[in-house]
Design a binder for this molecule. Structure first.
Ligand code: F6P
Length: 557
C-alpha cells in the first residue's frame, strides 16, 4: 500500500484540468458506453465524472501498484487488516454462503456464525409467533432496539427500507408486518419516551445491542427501559425476560440481568458499522422474517463474490472506490453528496455517514506516519426528490462543486406507477442539469422573448445561469428488494475499503470517537453533582458548564 499519489496521476490531473465534461462528451461520442458498467442488472454510469480517456486505466494501474488485489484477498481471508486493533474485519464471513472453514486465531468461525444464526432464527420465530411471553405471561408484541451507531443505523435503515406499508384502515386481512419494531439510540430522554409512549409494558421487549456493552447512551436507555417495566409491572416482578442482548461482552449483559440464553454474540472481528449482517440484525429478522434476511445476506454475498473475483477494470466497488479516491485525493473535493431516489432509503445518508466517515475520516497512515493528501470528503444527502427543493440550488449554482451519487431503483411494486416514472425522470434530469447547466445565451434569448427590459437583462441573465460541468455518478438498480439492498450496502462497504487502501489508512478503527466519550465523564459529574472539572479544562468549557448549572437551577420556574 502506498500513501503517495504517483506523479503520472498528478500530471494527468493537470493535463485534463481545463477540459469540461461537455468537451469530454464531444470528443468521445461513445463516452457513455466506455464509462458505464453493467453487472447483474445494475448499471453504474461514471461518464459524468471528471475522467479523461486515460483516467480509469491510470487509476487501475495505481490500484494494482498499491496492492489492492492483495488487500482484497487479505480482507476475505480473515487477515488482521485492522492492524491498530490487531483484528480481522470479517463482515463478509457473516454472509458467506458456503461452510468452507474460515480461521481466526486457529478457530473456524463459520460454525459459530451458523449457531448464532440458528439462535436468531429461533428467537425471532418465537417472538413473531407469539410464543415468547413477558413477565405477566402475555405474548410479546412490540420490540424496541436500544443501541447507537452501528448497533442502530444499519438495522434501522433495512427495517425502514423494506417494511411493508402499514395495513389499510379497516383491513381484516392477515397481519404481514411481523412484530412491531422501533429503535432508540439517542441519550436524549425524548427518544425513549416517545418510543415507549404507545407501547404496553407487559407485551414489550427490548433488544440491547452493544458490541462493548459499555456505551453510555445504550446503558442509560436500557436502565430507563427496565425502570419503565418495573414501574408498570410492579417492584417484585422479574422483568428480565423482557430483555435480549446482542453483544461481545456477555458478562456485562448477564450482570444487567439478561439470561445467558437471551444473549446473542457479536465477535470482535466484526466492526460495529459492519455488524448489521450479524445477530445485530435481529430487529431485521423480527420485522421482515428470516427468509428476507437470508435474501439480504445473499445479495451482499453476490457482491462479495464479484468484489473478490472480478478483474479490477470491471469490478464495481473497485471502480466506484477509484473514482471516489480520484475526486478526493486529486480533484480535492471536500464533500460528496448521496441522493437515493427512493423514499424508503431516506435513512441511507445517515447510515453511510457512519460507514464512510467513521471508516475513512482519519489523518494518519496505516503505519502511523503522515498522509500525503486528504482522506474522506464529508458525506451528506437526502432522499430525492425532496432534496431538489433544498440543497440542489447549492449543487447547481453554489461556488463549490460536490460530486453527487444518484441511487435509483428503477422499478417499484406500488400501484402509483406514474409517480415512479416522475421519480426516476427527476433523477436523470438532475444529473443532466449538473452536467449541462444553463448557458447565458439561452437564458438571454428566453428573457428577451418574455419582454424583459434591456436595462434589467444582464442581471436577470446572470442570476439564472447554471454553470454546469458538475460531476455525478448514477447507480441504477433494478428494484429495491432485500436482495438488492444487500447488494447496495455491500457495494458501499467495499468501495469504502478500496478508498481506504488508496488513502493508505486503516478503515476499521475509530479512536477519534473515544475522545469525546472520555471527556464527557467529568462534565457529567460537574453537571450532576457539582464535581470540580479537571485542572486542564479550557475556559470556554468551564464557562459553558457554569452557565448550564445556573440555568438548570432555574428549571421549573
Ligand atoms: O460511535 C463509536 C462507536 O464505537 C461505533 O463504532 C459503534 O457502532 C457505536 O459506537 C456503538 O458501540 P457499541 O455497539 O459498543 O455500543
Amino acid at each position: 500500500m502506498t500513501s503517495t499519489a504517483p506523479h503520472d496521476l498528478a500530471d494527468h490531473r493537470r493535463a485534463i484540468a481545463g477540459t469540461t465534461l461537455a468537451e469530454l462528451f464531444t470528443r468521445d461520442p461513445d463516452r457513455f458506453a466506455h464509462l458505464s458498467f453493467a453487472w447483474d442488472d445494475w448499471l453504474v454510469d461514471l461518464s459524468k465524472e471528471r475522467l479523461g480517456p486515460d483516467t480509469l486505466p491510470l487509476l487501475i494501474a495505481h490500484a494494482a501498484a498499491a496492492g489492492l488485489s492483495g488487500w482484497i484477498a487479505a480482507l476475505f481471508a480473515g487477515e488482521k487488516v485492522n492492524q491498530s486493533e490487531r483484528r480481522p474485519a470479517l463482515h463478509t464471513a457473516l454472509r458467506q454462503t458456503s461452510d468452507a472453514p474460515l480461521m481466526v486465531d486457529g478457530r473456524d468461525v463459520i460454525p459459530d456464525i451458523r449457531a448464532a444464526q440458528s439462535r436468531m432464527r429461533t428467537l425471532a420465530a418465537q417472538i413473531r409467533g407469539g410464543l415468547r411471553v413477558g413477565a405477566t405471561g402475555r405474548p410479546i408484541r412490540s420490540v424496541v432496539n436500544i443501541g447507537i451507531g452501528g448497533s442502530d443505523l444499519g438495522p434501522l435503515l433495512v427495517c425502514t427500507a423494506l417494511a411493508p406499508p402499514p395495513r389499510a384502515r379497516g383491513s381484516t386481512g392477515p397481519q404481514t408486518q411481523g412484530v412491531d419494531v422501533s429503535f432508540v439510540a439517542n441519550v436524549d430522554p425524548e427518544h425513549l419516551t416517545r418510543a415507549l409512549a404507545p407501547l404496553e409494558p407487559a407485551t414489550t421487549m427490548f433488544i440491547v445491542t452493544s458490541k462493548t456493552f459499555t456505551t453510555q447512551e445504550t446503558l442509560a436507555n436500557a436502565a430507563s427501559a427496565k425502570a419503565w417495566l418495573v414501574a408498570a409491572l410492579g417492584q417484585g416482578v422479574d422483568v428480565n425476560s423482557h430483555f435480549v442482548a446482542v453483544t461481545g461482552n456477555s458478562a456485562a449483559a448477564r450482570a444487567f440481568g439478561i439470561a445467558s440464553a437471551d444473549v446473542l454474540p457479536l465477535w470482535d472481528w466484526v466492526g460495529g458499522r459492519y455488524s448489521l449482517w450479524s445477530p445485530a440484525g435481529l430487529p431485521i429478522v423480527l420485522k421482515l422474517g428470516w427468509e428476507r434476511f437470508a435474501k439480504f445476506l445473499a445479495g451482499a454475498a453476490s457482491v462479495d463474490a464479484h468484489f473478490r473475483e472480478e478483474p479490477l477494470e470491471r469490478n464495481l466497488p473497485v471502480l466506484l472506490g477509484l473514482v471516489g479516491w480520484w475526486n478526493a485525493a486529486h480533484l480535492r473535493h471536500a464533500e460528496r453528496v448521496v441522493v437515493p431516489y427512493a423514499q424508503a432509503l431516506f435513512r441511507l445518508p445517515a447510515y453511510l455517514q457512519q460507514l464512510v466517515l467513521e471508516s475513512n475520516g482519519k489523518c494518519v497512515a496505516r503505519d502511523g506516519g503522515a498522509l500525503a493528501g486528504p482522506t474522506s470528503p464529508a458525506l451528506w444527502g437526502e432522499a430525492g426528490t425532496s432534496g431538489q427543493h433544498a440543497f440542489f440550488q447549492w449543487l447547481h449554482q453554489g461556488t463549490r462543486e460536490a460530486p453527487v451519487e444518484f441511487i435509483v431503483p428503477i422499478s417499484a411494486t406500488h400501484p402509483l406507477a406514474n409517480q415512479q416514472t416522475l421519480l426516476v425522470a427527476n433523477a436523470l434530469a438532475q444529473a443532466q442539469a449538473l452536467l449541462a447547466g444553463r448557458s447565458p445565451e439561452a437564458i438571454r434569448t428566453e428573457l428577451l422573448a418574455q419582454g424583459v427590459a434591456a436595462a434589467d437583462l444582464d442581471a436577470a441573465v446572470a442570476a439564472r445561469v447554471c454553470p454546469g460541468n458538475r460531476a455525478s455518478t448514477m447507480l441504477l438498480m433494478p428494484e429495491l428488494s432485500a436482495y438488492r439492498l444487500g447488494q447496495l450496502l455491500a457495494l458501499y462497504e467495499h468501495r469504502t475499503f478500496v478508498e481506504a487502501v488508496l488513502y493508505g489508512i486503516n478503515p476499521f478503527d475509530q479512536f477519534g470517537v473515544e475522545l469525546g466519550k472520555t471527556l464527557a465523564g467529568p462534565i457529567v459529574a460537574a453537571l450532576a453533582d457539582g464535581a470540580a472539572l479537571p485542572q486542564d479544562t479550557d475556559a470556554s468549557t468551564r464557562g459553558l458548564v457554569a452557565h448550564v448549572r445556573a440555568r438548570s437551577s432555574l428549571t421549573g420556574r
